[in-house]
Design a protein around this ligand. Sequence first.
Ligand code: MN
Ligand code: MN
Length: 274
Amino acid sequence: MGYDFLEASNDIDFGDIVIVGYPFDSTSSFRSGSRNGPYSLRYHSRNLETFSPYRKIDIHTKKYSDIGDLELPFGDIEKTNSMIYENTKRLLKMKKQIISIGGEHSVTYPIIKAYSEVFEDFIMVVFDAHADLRENYQGVKFSHACVVRNCADIITTKRICQLGIRSYTEEEWNFSKNMLYFSDTINNFDFSILKNKKIYISIDIDALDPSIVPGTGTPEPGGIFFNDFINFLVKFQEFDVIGCDLVELSPDYDQSAVSSIAAAKIMRELILLL
Ligand code: MN
Ligand code: MN
């Protein structure tokens, strides 16, 4: 829609890092609107400096391009999944490191499916308020409320860490004991469980406290605060991060645009991790 993420190139051949948007929100269980997430994140990124005060590095030390949004058929989750899967496969074949912007969290499933066919043994680190471990939600298997469960069907529970999780059913709580790691907080996380592993990072923006990010479909009080989150994220510079996504930004609930700016600020750090 005319804007790129923070001074990005439009040339897909410019470097190895590619930003792509998946504006899909048809399975959103409470209120929709994350289809406008990619647009708002890109637009508000213009508020930011290209220099990271956390890393003391400018993102122009990385070569990244923004190839815009994939046009997706609203209402058709199966077709959307296959289009995101094919697009991710295409980019991975080009040896790209991908940052995907949602859209709702369901978009992560086809991404992980494609990654699992290229990378054998990566660990998925998920930040979220919600467990997303349901087998189905209102009969919909590929709902955003089931995305981590669906990913576990592909890469197994033993390769998934879940942080910030403070909302789940009793069934999800029981199932969560299978995960490599599951916690309501980022404190006390033992990074040694990630040693020598490739890492895929999935950030559902509602992991952050709603006082910082009100612009999301299913806000959940009791979340992670901004500086704590960024300082934690920066620690992944020690690891081989192979891709990430940032989902569930829903700008209609975000009158001051602070949620979009927070998301853009997180994106800047993600670029530096790749
Ligand atoms: Mn989620
Ligand atoms: Mn969530």
